[in-house]
Ligand binder design. Structure first.
Ligand SMILES: Cc1ncc(COP(=O)(O)O)c(C=O)c1O
Length: 411
C-alpha cells in the first residue's frame, strides 16, 4: 500500500493536541510506537483534569455542600460517558477500578473464587495477556477447578475444537484484541460457544476500547475490562462492565468505606451497584479525565481510528516484510489493530529496541506479558511496534530504516 493512501485522519492536526509529541530525543523527533503499552494524552484531557482540580475537586457522594455536589457530578458524568461509550444498558453496570488488571481480578475473586469447585473447568486462550490468564489460573488452583488453555492458530484465533469435549466449563476468558498479535477476535461467536455450555465469557478489552467501537450488547460477553490509560485517558482509572444480574449476585471484592449499607458489630450489608464494588475514595479527577478522553475519541471517531490503524498495520507489514531476515507474526492487516510483532534474524529484541531508541523511536521488546503465546512460538522475546491515532506513516518508514540499521550494526 502506498504511503499516500494511508491517512484517513488529519493526523497532523491530531498530533498538535499531544504536547509530548513535540519533543525531540537525541536531536530527533520522538516516534512513539508503543501505544499498546500506554497511550499519550491530548491537551483536552490534561486541561479537563486541571480545570476539575482548580474548580470542582472534593470528595464525592458524602459532602453536603456545593463543591461536593460538583465533584459528584464530575464522577457520575464520567460514568454516563463510559456507559454510552460501550452501549451498556445501565450506569449501574459500570464499575470504576484502577485498570483492566484490577477489573479482571475483581471478577476472578468476586465471581470465580466464590463459585468454582472441583470438577469445574476454567478456560483461557493461549493469546491472553497475563492479566486475563494468571487470575484464572490462580482461582482455579485455589478452588480445585481445572484450568485449561484454549490453543490458538497462527492468526491468534482460538481453536475451540480442541476443548469442545470438556464438560462443566464455567468460565471462558478471552481477549477482544490481542496486545501481541493485534488479532481482533470473533467475540459474538465465542460468547455463543460459552453460553451453550452454561459458562460466562470474561473479555479483556484493554486493547479493544482504544481502537475499535465496543457495543457490549452486541458482543454478548458477560464482563469486559478496560484501562483508561491506553485510550488517551489518565493512568489510575479503568472500568469493569458486567451484566446487572451477575453483579447483583456477586460478593464484593474490596471492603471498606463507600461500599457498605449498614455496618453492624458482627456483620455488614452492601451498598447498591456500582458502589458495592467501589470501596474507598474514588479516583474522581481521573474519571473526569477518562470522560474527556472518551469525548476526544468520539469527536475524532472510533471508526476513523480503526480504519487508520488497519492502514498503518498494512503499511508496516509491507515495509517491514521487505527486510531480509524479518519474521512477522499475526493475522492480515484487516483483522488486526495497529499492532505489529516482529523478530529479526541475528538481532536480539532488546538490542533492537536500544538501537532504535538512539534514533528516538520507542518500541517494546520482551514477552509483552504473554508468556504462554511466546512459549507456543518458542521465543523468549520479540519486538512490538504499536500505533494510534497520532501515528504517521513516516514514523513507520523511520522504524523500517532503523531496523535495517540495527541489522547492519549487529552484523
Ligand atoms: C490485552 C491487555 N490486557 C490487559 C492489560 C493490562 O492493562 P493494565 O496494566 O492497564 O491493567 C494490557 C496492558 O498492556 C493489555 O495489553
Amino acid at each position: 500500500m502506498a504511503v499516500s493512501e494511508v491517512p484517513t485522519l488529519d493526523v497532523q492536526r491530531i498530533r498538535a493536541d499531544f504536547p509530548i509529541l513535540e519533543q525531540t530525543f537525541n536531536g530527533k523527533p520522538l516516534a512513539y510506537l508503543n501505544s499498546a503499552a500506554t497511550s499519550q494524552k491530548p491537551r483536552q484531557v490534561l486541561e479537563a483534569m486541571t480545570a476539575f482540580y482548580e474548580t470542582s475537586y472534593s470528595n464525592v457522594h458524602r459532602g453536603v455542600y456545593a463543591l461536593g455536589e460538583r465533584a459528584t457530578a464530575g464522577l457520575e458524568g464520567a460514568r454516563e460517558k463510559v456507559r454510552a461509550f460501550v452501549n451498556a444498558p445501565s450506569e449501574r453496570e459500570i464499575i470504576f477500578v484502577r485498570n483492566a488488571t484490577e477489573a479482571l481480578n475483581l471478577v476472578a475473586y468476586a465471581y470465580g473464587l466464590a463459585r468454582l469447585k472441583p470438577g469445574d473447568v476454567v478456560l483461557a486462550t493461549e493469546l491472553e495477556h497475563h492479566s486475563n490468564f494468571v487470575p484464572w489460573q490462580y482461582v482455579a488452583n485455589r478452588t480445585g477447578a481445572e484450568f485449561r488453555v484454549i490453543p490458538i492458530d497462527d492468526a491468534g484465533d482460538p481453536q475451540l475444537d480442541a476443548v469442545a469435549d470438556l464438560e462443566n466449563v464455567k468460565i471462558v476468558a478471552a481477549t477482544i484484541v490481542s496486545n501481541a498479535l493485534g488479532t481482533i477476535g470473533d467475540i459474538p461467536k465465542l460468547a455463543a460457544w460459552a453460553h451453550e455450555r452454561g459458562a460466562i465469557l470474561v473479555c479483556d478489552a484493554a486493547q479493544a476500547a482504544p481502537h475499535i467501537r465496543l457495543d457490549v450488547q452486541a458482543l454478548g460477553a458477560d464482563f469486559i475490562a478496560v484501562s483508561g490509560h491506553k485510550m488517551c485517558g489518565p493512568s489510575g482509572i479503568g472500568f469493569l462492565w458486567g451484566r446487572t444480574e451477575l453483579l447483583l449476585e456477586m460478593e464484593p471484592f474490596l471492603l471498606g468505606g463507600h461500599m457498605i449499607r449498614h455496618v453492624g458489630d458482627q456483620t455488614t450489608t452492601w451498598a447498591e451497584l456500582p458502589a458495592k464494588f467501589e470501596a474507598g475514595t474514588s479516583p474522581v479527577a481521573e474519571a473526569v479525565g477518562l470522560g474527556a478522553a472518551i469525548d476526544y475519541l468520539e469527536e475524532v471517531g472510533l471508526e476513523a481510528i480503526e480504519a487508520h490503524e488497519h492502514a498503518l498495520a498494512a503499511y508496516a507489514l509491507d515495509v517491514l516484510g521487505e527486510i531480509p531476515g524479518m519474521k512477522l507474526y499475526g493475522p492480515p492487516a484487516e483483522r488486526r489493530a495497529g499492532i505489529v510483532m516482529f523478530d529479526v534474524d541475528g538481532v536480539h529484541p532488546h538490542d533492537m529496541a536500544q538501537i532504535l531508541d538512539l534514533d528516538a523511536i520507542a518500541i517494546r521488546a520482551g514477552h509483552h506479558c504473554c508468556q504462554p503465546l511466546l512459549r507456543k512460538l518458542d521465543l523468549p522475546a520479540t519486538n512490538r511496534a504499536s500505533f494510534y491515532l497520532y501515528t504517521l506513516p513516516e514514523e513507520i518508514d523511520r522504524l523500517a530504516a532503523g531496523v535495517r540499521k540495527a541489522k547492519e550494526l549487529m552484523g
